[in-house]
Design a protein around this ligand. Structure first.
Ligand code: CP
Length: 342
């Protein structure tokens, strides 16, 4: 049994993560984080990734601590992986679902968080619709707070797991120096917290990022975040080392002036034709065939198959989508340990 409490062979060294000295007060954003801190978190996550998805993993690093996950927006990946990450560090977890809290009776998010904090939890993971809600809660509650996605603002642990996945694919997971890599983030960038965290983290580590989409979804103003902006996916595709497709967030779009429909995937003011969107910005099989050797495909999920990404690409050899999901547990272990570790 190693220092991580797994049943690995005794000859296998304990992951260096157990010895890392990364310490964070909160994780609210990747923007402005020092590259050294990003590298420390990513190194810790890389080491946890060796064991993070083995059910027997239980490090006891956070034994005796309780972590509350408060999700005021739907989630499959983020919520589940934070819960697994906390348990694999030996912590207790309480999952609080926004749809069944007293927020529905008019209580504010901050008062709900204060109430949970009064029950003796050690840290909180927050997903909320308003941008800045986790930061508001961090100011009001004297506990470490991790942003699990706030509106269109940031999703820092998703950014870290995307970076870890790209670095592993391109042999950069030793020093996390991404210089020379070109990454395209494609699609509904205007509504994407994943893109904002990705741009901040990838560029801080030396990658060049280009945001690609129709002007309504990839406005020129994104360049202020430190990326390039283009509306011409086909002209760039062959130069990219990684292509991250984004979900069209239909639920955040203004409806088109057409009869209302119960369907989620439907024309909106920004995307009047789904067929035309796929024709210009979808990662179809034909388009993916033009990617250069070694280029990889990512998507944070959930995805609209047949809209921004075709089945054959999502499930194909270049796709790292399930690797991203697996890395999510390791990244969240690293972040929880960093905000709560001794
Ligand atoms: N990528 C992501 O945040 O997925 P969930 O909404 O399922 O957590």
């Amino acid at each position: 049994v190693t220092a991580l409490g797994t049943s690995q062979p005794a000859s296998q060294p304990a992951p260096a993560a157990a010895r890392s000295a990364v310490r964070l007060q909160h994780l609210l954003t990747l923007r402005g984080q020092p590259p050294e801190l990003l590298r420390d978190l990513l190194s810790r996550a890389r080491d946890y990734a060796k064991v993070a998805n083995e059910p027997s993993t239980n490090t006891r690093e956070l034994a005796g601590r309780t972590i509350a996950t408060l999700f005021f927006e739907d989630s499959t990946r983020t919520r589940t992986s934070f819960t697994l990450a906390a348990r694999r560090l030996g912590a207790d977890v309480i999952d609080v679902s926004g749809s069944s809290t007293s927020v529905n009776k008019g209580e504010s998010l901050v008062d709900t968080a204060r109430t949970i904090a009064a029950m003796g939890v050690s840290a909180m993971v927050i997903r909320a619709k308003p941008a800045g809600a986790p930061a508001d809660i961090a100011r009001a509650v004297g506990l470490p707070i991790i942003n699990a996605g706030d509106g269109k603002h940031e999703h820092p642990t998703q950014g870290l797991l995307d970076i870890l996945t790209i670095a592993q694919a391109h042999g950069r997971a030793t020093d996390f120096d991404l210089s020379g890599l070109r990454i395209a983030i494609v699609g509904d960038i205007a509504n994407s917290r994943v893109a904002r965290s990705g741009i901040a983290g990838l560029t801080a580590l030396g990658a060049r990022v280009v945001c690609v989409g129709p002007p309504a979804l990839a406005p020129r103003s994104l360049a202020t975040l430190g990326c390039e902006v283009s509306s011409d996916l086909d002209s760039l595709l062959g130069e990219m080392d990684a292509v991250m497709m984004l979900r069209i967030q239909f639920e955040r779009h203004a409806p088109a002036s057409e009869p209302a429909s119960a369907a989620i995937v439907k024309p909106t003011a920004a995307i009047p034709s789904i067929r035309e969107y796929r024709e210009f910005y979808g990662l179809t099989e034909a388009r993916a065939a033009r990617l250069k050797s070694g280029a990889v495909v990512l998507h944070p999920g959930p995805f609209n198959r047949g809209v921004e990404i075709d089945d054959a690409v999502a499930d194909g050899a270049r796709s790292l989508i399930l690797r991203q999901v697996a890395n999510g547990v390791a990244v969240r272990m690293a972040v929880l340990a960093a905000v709560m570790g001794e």
